[in-house]
Structure formats: C-alpha cells, structure tokens
Ligand binder design. Structure first.
Ligand code: GTP
Length: 598
C-alpha cells in the first residue's frame, strides 16, 4: 500500500495562540468526534494540563479528510508538548511528521516560543505552513503578522493561511493546504520494519502503550519486535490508531501513526526516540536522532512527616512507571530525614511531579532547592558529574567546574531593553544578539547559566515588561564557571538541606538572604544561636538569634498544676517535630518555610 493518501503533521504554537481550539475544529470538520464527545477539549486530557493550560503529553489523532480533489486522505495530527522541558519529546514528535502548522495569534504576533519551535521544525526538514489564527479578533493585525513572518522567520508572507479556530473561518482551506503542501511520507526501498517511538503512556489495564510512526515496513499483532536501544524483544498484542480513542487495526503500515501494545511493563523500558524493528528481520541501524533523556534539574523530595517515607517510596515507584523521565534515588538529610534525590527535565516537570504526589497520592512533601548537574574535572585527572551540593569535592581537589548553559530567546517591547539587559547581566548572562522586530519590539538572544533562570527569571521578565515579554530557551552545552559550595551553619553545625552550589560572587548576597530568613523562622533558644553562611570554611554572612529563657509555665502563676502539666505535655509533643541541629532545636516547619520562600 502506498503512502500518497497519508499526511502527518503537527501544530506548533506559542501558549494561548489557539492550538487546542484549532485542533478541535479540525476534528469536528472531519467528523472525527461527535458533538457529544466535544464537551471538553479533547486533546488536552490530563487535569493538570487543563488547569495550567499547557500540553504535557502528546496525543496523536487520525482523521479522514475528503479533499476537493475527490480523494479521502488519512491525516495524522500529532500534538506536541508546549514547554521547553519537553523539547526532546517535541523533536521526536516532529521527526514523525512531514509538515508543521505554525500558528500565530493575529493579535499577538510572533512570540519567543514561535521562534524556538520553527528552528526545531526546520532542523527536522519539515514543511512549515504559517497560519495566522484568531483573525476574527477586532485587534487582529494580519499585515503585521505577515511582516513578522518575513522579517523574523524568513517565511514568505504569501504562504500564510488565515484562520479562526473560534468561528471556523479558513479551516477547510487549511486542511486542503496540508494535502497540497505537506509531502506524503517517504517510501522506503525495503519493507523492513522501522518504527519510531515518539511517546509512551502507562495504562493500568493494558500496560505500556507506545506511540509510534512507522517509517518503513509494517507491524501487526503477533509479530515479534525488537527495541534497538535496549535490545529487548516483545510480542505485539495489539496495534491501532487514535480516533482519538484507541481503535484496533490489523496492521500499521509505512507512513502510519498509531500505537503498539506489547508486553512491556514500565515506560522506562520504552525509550522515546528508539527504533522498533522486527526481531527476525531487523533493521541494521536505528533511525537517526535517538538520545537517552537526561534529567537537567535536581532536587530532594522529603515527606513532611518522616513516617510517610515508605508511602512516598511507593508513590515515586508508581509515578515513574508512567513518567520515564523522572529519576529518583533514596537519600537522607540530617535536617529533613529520609527522602529522595530526584532528577527532572526542568522546573515545570518538577512542579508537575510535586503536584501529582500531592493530588494523586495525597502526600505532604517538601522539596529542597532545585539545582542543576555540574561537570567537575579533578586534579587527579578524572572527571565526575554532581547533582547534589553534598557531592562537591574539596576546593583543592577541583581543577575546573562546568555548568549547563542555555540560549534564551527573549521578545520584549523596545522600552524594556535596558531593564532586561540588566536582568540578564545580573543573572550572569550575556546578550549575544539584538534584533529589531518591528517598531515596538526587539528580540534579544542571550546565553545564561541554566541555574540562574530556574527560579525567578521568567517572573521578573514578565513583571518588568508588564506581561508583554516572552521567552523560550534551548540547551547550549556546558561552560566553566567559578562555582563554590556554600554551607549554612547553625551554632557551628552544617545544615545539609541548605547547602547550595553558587557562583563565588553571589555567595555573599545569597548567604545573607538565607541567614536572614533563618533568623526569622528559628525560635529563640536558651542560648545565643549563630547562623553563618560559609564557603570553604570562610564565613561570608552571619546573623544571630539572642537567647531567651523559654518558660511555658510562666503564665500559670504557679497555681493550676494540671494546666501546667498539660502545657509541659504539649511542649514535649512539640519537641518531637523538632529537628535538633547540634544543641539547637528547630521546628520542621521552619525548614519548610525557608525552603519555600528562598
Ligand atoms: P496552550 O494549550 O496553553 O498552548 O493554549 P492553546 O494554544 O491550545 O490555546 P487555546 O486553544 O486553549 O486558546 C487560548 C484562548 O484563545 C482561549 O481563550 C480560546 O477561547 C481563544 N481562542 C482560540 N482560538 C481563537 C480564535 O480563533 N478566535 C478568538 N477570538 N479566540 C480564540
């Protein structure tokens, strides 16, 4: 069977430019979903996603489109996650397509994410169809968008399609354009099975469901397949397409997009980007582009109540079954007890994991400061990577430390250039390019340490541009930097939960900030408590808490004995929730407050 009636495409867009609304229109027009099913936006299915208005998991869908040329086409729409944390999944989804619709909000114009996404699509040699959407809006400025297409993205303005997902204008023409302009899947010379995995999900009843694009050959129930990255073989139990519900098929053929269910137990056995082939007649080489997903952001996750550790362990195990990008390993902290050191794709991924632990597993958890992974060359000529400040070697053992850096695309109004440049500098970054987009906006390209954009970069950008600024980034390797480990000592004892790796020049100000916070939350003790931030044994910031004689019974005027006893009992109870750091008792709540606010 040929591939000439198949079209595989995805939609790339900045957040809120109308991807979900447009996708729903396409499903409606092709009668893929009925009115009743249309109730909620189908492509964004996870609760969390809907709340945050972002797409985390890609759900493909197969539509039948009767074109005006008289033929009915099989159109596979692949949804892509809209956040940089998931850019590897985006790149794998795009690799499964021949074309991409580039959606631009007619009232907003090109945004930072649009630029980053077009780069991704062009890197995969996709045919990019520019779509100016929401043209029904009174504030729509189609000419300006066209100009931006040419100026910023070097896409000819006459290629632009005009649509409104809301009113349905231009939707049919859009599908006709996909048929005309997006090439059909390439036909291979041989019929050896090569299927590219672009996502996988875990289903309690059916096990792991792999989302695949068949590049060559075919795959059917009963066939024995091999995953080239892991070299494991499995028997195929079912194959099918998404309509968007899973619909069983006899086979998936060259050019098709669909799912495979085999007896795979955990999503960690199915590597995104891997090649599935036939185990008897295998492909000699994997399809290009596979890489092992690497966590970029690390943090400790601890149960607020120490007794909940076992429950947390179970929850982490369950989470990982359907989130192969999450890594974790048990660790213990003097301050926080037993917990896990976890690796995430990025900050959003970390937030999602924490949120899921709270919602789906009802866990009360606290996380330590997110950090990144560092490459360290040692004086003994070996190299290590560290993702936890506690692993930091002694300063005299270190030859060089490298930190991950990112290339950030920042779109801002002209008026804010000064402020944003200042922000970039403050975050140890460098603006490498400035491009004027139109009379009101510029795009700055900057290189910054990943660590510096983790916490508040985006928030500050948004506030200094009153919401008009937008940013997106891509990873840009590792750079050497003058990094040190900063410890916080309370009464001379280091508190591991607050150790961080910081730039030497920032150690003092960060130390001061943290010491001040701790002074606010640690209750007075019977003696003076010194809080010190130190780097390599040298104190860089200090605060102290003056002594107080804590006498809980003072209020009782010596009279009511039973009341006195009650108070003492209560105090004892309170002590249980205290962590003692040396002689100092600190309520667990204090740690949590500090970790939350810094
Ligand atoms: P993310 O999933 O966050 O990336 O958003 P999205 O790109 O899927 O956008 P979505 O379809 O959720 O639309 C964002 C907002 O724009 C919603 O409030 C929609 O109602 C509105 N919207 C979408 N398409 C149109 C359109 O064609 N015209 C108008 N006027 N509003 C639209």
């Amino acid at each position: 069977m040929g591939t000439e009636l198949t079209r595989n495409f995805s939609i790339i867009a900045h957040i809120d430019h109308g991807k979900t609304t447009l996708s729903d229109r396409l499903l409606e027009l092709t009668q893929t979903i009925s009115e009743r099913e249309k109730q909620d936006q189908l492509l964004d299915s996870m609760d969390l996603e809907r709340e945050r208005g972002i797409t985390i998991k890609s759900h493909p869908v197969t539509m039948a489109f009767p074109s005006k040329d008289g033929k009915t086409y099989r159109m596979n729409l692949l949804d892509t996650p809209g956040h940089v944390d998931f850019s590897y999944e985006v790149s794998r989804s795009l690799a499964a397509c021949e074309g991409a619709l580039l959606l631009i909000d007619a009232a907003q114009g090109v945004e930072a994410q649009t630029v980053a996404n077009v780069q991704l699509a062009l890197n995969q040699n996709l045919t990019v169809l520019p779509v100016i959407n929401k043209i029904d809006l009174p504030s729509a400025d189609v000419d300006k968008c066209k100009q931006q297409l040419e100026d910023i993205l070097a896409i000819p303005a006459e290629e632009a399609l005009l649509t409104s997902g809301k009113t349905g204008i231009g939707i049919e023409d859009l599908l006709e354009a996909v048929v005309e302009r997006v090439p059909p899947p390439k036909e291979w010379d041989d019929d050896i099975l090569r299927a590219s995995v672009f996502d996988s999900v875990f289903d309690t009843y059916r096990g792991v469901i792999s989302y695949v694009r068949v590049m060559s050959g075919s795959i059917a129930r009963g066939q024995r397949i091999k995953m080239l990255a892991t070299n494991k073989t499995y028997e195929v139990k079912e194959v099918g397409v998404f309509t968007p519900k899973m619909l069983k098929q006899d086979a998936l053929n060259e050019g098709d997009v669909g799912y495979i269910i085999a007896n795979v137990k955990s999503t960690s056995d199915v590597k995104i980007g891997d090649t599935i082939t036939d185990s008897i007649k295998p492909a000699s080489e994997p399809l290009p582009g596979f890489k092992e997903i690497q966590p970029m952001v690390f943090a400790g996750i601890y149960p607020v109540t120490t007794d909940d550790f076992e429950q947390l362990k179970l929850a982490m195990g369950k989470l990982q079954i359907n989130d192969a990008a999450l890594s974790y390993q048990a660790e213990s902290s003097a301050a926080l007890g037993f917990g896990f050191r976890c690796g995430f794709l990025g900050l959003l991924h970390m937030e999602i994991v924490l949120e899921r632990l709270r919602r789906e597993f009802d866990m009360d958890v606290i996380s330590t400061h997110p950090g990144v992974i560092y490459e360290v060359d040692l004086t003994n000529k070996t190299s290590i990577t560290i993702d936890n400040p506690t692993q930091m070697p002694e300063p005299q053992e270190i030859e060089e430390i490298r930190e991950p850096v990112v290339k950030v695309f920042i779109l801002i109004p002209n008026d804010n250039i000064g402020d944003v440049m200042q922000l970039v500098m403050e975050k140890r970054g460098e603006v490498v390019n400035t491009e004027t987009l139109d009379d009101t906006r510029v795009m700055l390209t900057a290189v910054l340490p990943l660590n510096e954009i983790l916490i508040d970069f985006n928030d500050r950008l948004k506030s200094m541009t009153r919401g008009y600024g937008s940013m997106d980034y891509e990873h840009d390797g590792y750079r050497a930097a003058n990094l040190v480990k900063m410890d916080m000592n309370i009464s001379g004892e280091p508190v591991d939960a607050f150790s961080t790796i910081v730039h030497r020049e920032k150690a003092e100000s960060y130390g001061r900030q943290l010491a001040k916070k701790l002074r606010e939350v640690i209750p007075r003790q019977l003696f003076v408590v010194a809080i010190q931030a130190s780097v390599g044994g040298k104190i860089v910031a200090r605060e102290s808490i003056s002594a107080m004689r804590k006498n809980v019974t003072a209020k009782c005027y010596g009279g009511d004995i039973s009341r006195k006893r009650k108070l003492l009992e209560k105090q004892k109870e309170g002590k249980k929730k205290m962590k003692s750091i040396g002689r100092v008792n600190i309520p667990q709540e204090a740690f949590i407050q500090v970790l939350k606010s810094t």
